[in-house]
Design a protein. Structure first.
Ligand code: 5RP
Length: 218
């Protein structure tokens, strides 16, 4: 059922792609549906900045031009899904491990459009594990800091990010002060980035239900 909802929200996001633009896109199964849909209008856009090698490979399969972020100063829109998005439009992302590039591309985008199925739109984050990408030698030192914060760190086995790093999934962290938590974790030596997207949150979210798509902005 969720695949149907992911597909329907991905299709509706096509209306937000400006003509003649270069857009940023995220990673994951929802974005895979979006890329397939984007291929039907690829002649209307100039290219895409992808946030992962997986998205890049799929874009290439559909002959959609890839653009290097270093050749641009900004993007009109970044379109991505999330693991959870709360009613303040803050997100937990990185279930697929592409959080760092996602955060970079989102940071230079004028608008962040988040597209999710109804299961991911929550009033408050409800204990979904928060991923953190770390430099390999800092796996244990960062894990100890997570424990000090009251969390339970779990090393994501057999997983290396596109940047050659490890991921720790942090369980049971209190997210009441989400912006403080994001900044605090980002400052732990060895952390590349944390999957809390609260400082740069979404501007708009599309949420798919079986009979409708809701559009929510603050
Ligand atoms: C990848 C992400 C994805 O947006 C998130 O994991 C949702 O994925 P899916 O669309 O497969 O449910 O943050 O790093």
């Amino acid at each position: 059922m969720f695949d149907t909802l992911k597909k329907s929200v991905a299709i509706s996001a096509i209306n937000y792609v400006p003509k003649n633009s270069i857009i940023g896109i995220g990673s994951g199964s929802t974005i895979n549906f979006f890329i397939k849909e984007l291929s039907t209008i690829s002649s209307y856009i100039r290219g895409v900045v992808p946030s992962s090698s997986m998205s890049e490979d799929l874009l290439k399969q559909f002959n959609i031009p890839i653009v290097d972020l270093n050749t641009l100063t900004s993007l009109d829109i970044y379109i991505d899904s999330a693991d959870q998005i709360n009613h303040s439009l803050e997100m937990i992302k990185g279930g697929g491990g592409a959080l760092t590039r996602e955060k970079i591309i989102a940071s230079v985008s004028k608008k962040f459009l988040c597209i999710v199925d109804k299961s991911k739109y929550v009033k408050k984050f409800d204990n979904f594990p928060i991923p953190v990408e770390v430099i390999p030698i800092s796996l244990n030192s960062v894990s100890r800091e997570v424990v000090k914060l009251g969390g339970i760190p779990k090393y994501r086995k057999n997983f290396i990010t596109d940047n050659g790093n490890y991921v720790i999934d942090m369980y049971d962290l209190c997210t009441n002060n989400s912006i403080y938590l994001e900044k605090y974790i980002n400052n732990i030596p060895g952390v590349v980035s944390v999957g809390l997207f609260c400082v740069r949150k979404a501007d708009l979210v599309l949420v798919s239900y079986s009979n409708r798509i809701d559009k929510i902005s603050l």
